[in-house]
Design a protein around this ligand. Structure first.
Ligand SMILES: Cc1cc2nc3c(=O)[nH]c(=O)nc-3n(C[C@H](O)[C@H](O)[C@H](O)COP(=O)(O)O)c2cc1C
Length: 169
């Protein structure tokens, strides 16, 4: 006789989605809009997306789930342009300064404005953090220059690339 209960359990567990932890910092809501657009994308629907604000994140959060996505705008923390959003800066340069990402599959999103010399430099700073803390960058960072509204196609196209590499993990 077929064991219905165990087959039901195995079906449920095979459908269990892996988690992608998205840690993001936003000031006027642009980065949040980009993250929300990705979260609604069909391409990433196989993934359980966990969104955490950088100011609420701990270094332990960065090790959760199967993959990590860091997203930040570029800011002038300390009066110098081309820096991370202050909340992301505190997380990466203070709370998680000594974190070993241990080959964690990771990706980054950086936002900025074309009127600044260091346009969207947050993308470079996030990638540098991942690489210097032994994470595994899955693909080049998404850079969103100027308001993200109307740039949904670029965001979703990058989301598709991300979904493709995540599928191969
Ligand atoms: C005070 C200030 C400093 C900024 N510095 C930079 C910068 O150095 N480079 C850059 O590309 N964009 C810079 N920006 C633009 C923001 O990164 C951009 O508007 C971004 O979309 C904001 O995203 P958010 O609302 O998620 O924080 C700056 C904006 C402000 C208000």
């Amino acid at each position: 006789m077929k064991d219905v209960s165990s087959s039901a359990v195995s079906t449920a567990s095979s459908k269990q989605r892996q988690s992608l932890y998205i840690i993001f910092a936003t000031t006027s809501g642009h980065t949040e809009f980009v993250v929300d657009t990705l979260a609604r994308s069909v391409e990433l629907s196989d993934w359980q997306l966990e969104q955490i604000l950088a100011e609420k994140a701990s270094q332990q959060d960065m090790l959760q789930g199967a993959a990590l996505l860091l997203a930040s705008s570029t800011w002038n923390s300390g009066g110098v342009e081309g820096q991370l959003n202050p909340h992301m800066s505190v997380l990466l340069q203070s709370k998680a300064r000594n974190l070993d990402l241990a080959a964690k599959p990771s990706a980054c999103i950086g936002l900025g404005d074309h009127r600044y010399y260091y346009t969207a430099r947050a993308a470079d700073l996030l990638q540098e953090y991942i690489e210097s803390h032994h994470g595994r960058l899955l693909l080049p960072a998404l850079r969103i220059v100027d308001e993200p509204y109307g740039q949904e196609q670029a965001i979703l196209a990058w989301g598709k690339q991300l979904a493709d590499v995540l599928r191969r993990l």
